[in-house]
Design a protein around this ligand. Sequence first.
Ligand code: NAI
Length: 471
Amino acid sequence: MATIKKHAVVIGAGTGGYPCAIRLGQLGVDAMLVEKDKPGGVCLNWGCIPSKALISATKLAHKASHASKMGLKFEQPEVDMKTMQGWKSGIVKKLTGGVKSLVKGNGCEYVTATAEFLDPHRVKLTYPGKKADDIVEAKHFIVATGSVPIQIPGFEIDQKRIVDSTGALEIDYIPEEMVCIGGGIIGLELGQTFQRLGTKLTVLEGLDRILGACDADTAQVVARQIKSDGGEIVTNAMATGWTERDGKAWVEFKTKDGEKREVSADVVLVAVGRRPVASGFGLEKTGVKVSDRGFIEVDDQLRTNVPHIFAVGDVVGGAMLAHKASHEGELVAEIVHGKNRVNDVRSIPNVVFTEPEIASAGLGEEEAKAAGHELKIGKFPFAASGRAMAIQETTGFVKVLTDAKDNRVLGIHIVGPEASDLISEGSLAIEMGAFAEDISLTIHPHPTLGEAVMEAAKHAIGEAVHVMNKS
Ligand code: NAI
């Protein structure tokens, strides 16, 4: 067992940890990134990237079978799930391999091992295989251990009948029926992926609407789509257990009125949220404070109550999003290097890859009103966009919330084609403190979907040209 000295050790090579390590390397800090599993964390291996690969492939299949109005008749696409899964895995492999090269190429050491705190200044590294453990002593630690899916009683994950997002992403056949427990981001993104291939989808949501974190009007558009594609959404439904019968899983749930119902499925996806990983690696030996909900508590520099230990990403709470984690990781690298930085962001965009996509930046309507803003709201439907018509995706709208007193942009909510890409303009606008006029007077190229953002900003101030203004 050797004792290694480092300036900084990053624990976890997910989207919080690896950008932190890259930036530390770029800044010339003597740093080490420790990961027990594959590089890239949930996002690259079992989350964002593989799900988006499957989503885009199934969207293409769906689009091809609905192109006859455009004068294009395709045969019903033949779906080879095993090939699709292989293609998806190839993308994951390429990206995760890239992470290791980038970390090393930028001058940060990459180690495959399990890290465990021995005290606030030392971690033990246990390597896979027979290599003896090492101890690393460091001036700074960055905890980027992420989150794992929440499990619910009565639904033990076996990754066959009862799957979490990891298992759902490995399904290499088209299930006849799928039940999603939880009408949140994961349940709907993955549920609709299989729905596009012909699976009968039932969503059981405990609350009174799906996508509780999204603007209600945008969520409603997705709910309508799921239903018009033959799916069922049961709200106020609490799943209580399941039994195996006639070759199917029968999921039992209780409705608001206490009525007990059952629905059959070939596969049940449990997607009821994620919980932070703040235990199991000796954190309690450091004195770092963890909240009642299990998140590591940090200040506006992502510093814990133990000043040389930082934490970033899902483990500190807030939005559990890869881009938020990366931002925090890079910021902490600069602080560890000695720069004076604080985590001061106005907008963490939220993107949901449903059909149609939802994306938002800044405040929601209720949030803005609760903060004391009187609102002026502009809206532009994609049904009025020439580009949306040309790509046959006219469902949805852009909604811009502005402060009635000075037209400052407070929030942007989009549901519709390429919402995930369109939102970056909204996020920049909010981060820069833009007014509706800044967006409306910026020349947007024609014919593009981005014009819808400009038109919604114009609409907020009564200057829309392609929809009627409010009288
Ligand atoms: P979520 O928080 O989005 O949704 C979970 C849903 O399950 C909620 O609507 C909740 O009311 C419901 N629920 C909880 N317990 C239930 C029960 N017993 N029966 C029925 N419904 C129940 O969580 P999800 O979808 O698991 O996603 C986890 C995290 O991953 C999210 O915080 C999200 O930020 C992140 N994520 C982000 C993505 C993106 O940016 N596109 C994609 C996938 C995940």
